[in-house]
Ligand binder design. Structure first.
Ligand SMILES: Cc1ncc(COP(=O)(O)O)c(C=O)c1O
Length: 389
């Protein structure tokens, strides 16, 4: 079966965040939306068929996650990432963001220090500040080949912090952290008793040539000192189904976390998320292979286009995710002027870099999980409006 990622789909007027909130977010309802991290591709046909079949049953009452559901996730993690997970390590959470917020609340107290590695996905910041915890920025460094972690700084920060929220792979900079890097994180965190929350929602979106390493496979000690979050939602375009998994190898951590989740009555979830996730994890390998090839094609296209027509835009090619993190500071415009030019003149709806941390000022994140024709329009608009500066 060959899947058609070139097909364009009308998403406007479906209560869709990416399209239907354009006026609110960009002050312009006409921008070409390349922001929020879902895909403009069809959710795979085999997943839709399974959901429709369940929807045809006339009762949508309470449900539970059964053994085949967890077996499907286990099988996927084993097949794709060589990670052997036990069923009892897993617990449902309605979203990865909700899941790590619950972990912040369950394992830290008000005023405790929590480390994040900015620039990073905005909800990482909010998960700390919304609950009265103290944000500690282990800001990423820019090396010759791309973004790197600042281990000397992490070592100093870990002395007093209680928790690190790791983005593995990293959104927005697109790094697929290596074994050496993750090992260093785990050594520092173990030595300083810093609990690691590893957000692995992008782990299945690792691009050809790179290999994802689940944090918990670094060794027994690391596994005993982390809470991992996984979901099929980014990979198979299921974000609206709010179904994710927390994976916690250590029993003490797991019991504390599960008690906390249950105290919030957050463990039920929805029927369709269960069916879609299970089906994707059972049948999604071939679809995902084709998706990643297509996304890589979009990334290659944008990289060549920018090099040729907009050399002032600086970037590193991502190793994972379908996003690119673009530095527009070379144009010498203020952050506000860049934003106005992007949204009102070029009419492009990209994520505003400063929302990922102050070091993101003058950057934009572009979402390339869309048909090539959309990417081409976006690049032409960029060239037309930024090419002569
Ligand atoms: C790193 C990261 N974590 C979590 C999420 C969202 O997860 P969920 O929709 O399961 O809350 C995103 C979405 O962009 C993300 O990039």
């Amino acid at each position: 079966m060959i899947y058609d990622f070139d097909k364009t789909i009308e998403r406007a007027n479906t209560n869709c965040v990416k399209y239907d909130l354009r006026q609110a977010v960009f002050g312009n309802p006409e921008v070409l939306p390349l922001w929020v991290a879902d895909m403009d591709f069809e959710t795979p046909d085999f997943v839709r068929r399974a959901v429709i079949e369940r929807a045809n049953h006339p009762v949508y009452g309470y449900h539970f996650k059964d053994r085949p559901y967890y077996e499907a996730i286990k099988g996927w993690l084993q097949r794709r990432h060589q990670w052997t997970v036990e069923t009892e390590w897993m617990t449902f959470v309605p979203g990865v963001v909700c899941g790590f917020n619950l972990a912040v609340m369950a394992f830290t107290r008000e005023g405790d220090e929590v480390i994040i590695q900015s620039p990073v996905y905005p909800p990482f910041h909010h998960a700390v500040t919304s609950h009265g915890r103290k944000l500690v920025y282990n800001t990423l460094k820019v090396g010759e080949k791309g973004y790197e972690m600042d281990f000397d700084l992490l070592e100093r920060q870990a002395a007093t912090a209680k928790m690190l929220i790791l983005c593995n792979p990293h959104n927005p900079v697109g790094r697929c952290w290596t074994r050496k890097e993750l090992q260093k994180v785990s050594e520092i965190c173990l030595r300083n008793n810093v609990l690691v929350l590893s957000d692995e929602i992008h782990c299945d979106l690792v691009l050809p040539g790179y290999k994802f390493l689940p944090y918990a496979t670094l060794g027994e000690q690391a596994a005993n000192h982390c809470i991992v979050f996984h979901a099929a939602s980014k990979t198979f375009n299921l974000a609206g189904l709010a179904t994710s998994t927390a994976i916690i190898p250590n029993k003490t951590l797991r019991d504390t976390y599960i008690n906390y989740v249950h105290s919030m009555e957050a463990e039920l979830g929805n029927i369709f998320g269960k069916v879609a996730t299970q089906t994707a994890m059972e049948q999604g390998d071939d679809w995902l292979r084709q998706l990643l090839d297509y996304v890589q094609g979009n990334i290659d296209y944008v990289s060549s286009f920018l090099k040729e027509h907009l050399p002032k835009v600086r970037f590193f090619k991502p190793e994972a995710t379908y996003m690119m993190w673009l530095d527009f500071n070379g144009f010498g415009l203020s952050e506000e002027a860049l934003w106005q030019k992007m949204t009102q003149e070029a009419q492009l709806g990209l994520n505003r870099g400063k929302e990922f941390g102050s070091e993101g000022s003058g950057f934009f994140r572009i979402n390339l999980a869309c048909p090539r024709s959309t990417v081409e329009v976006a690049m032409e608009r960029l060239r037309d409006h930024f090419g002569n500066i």
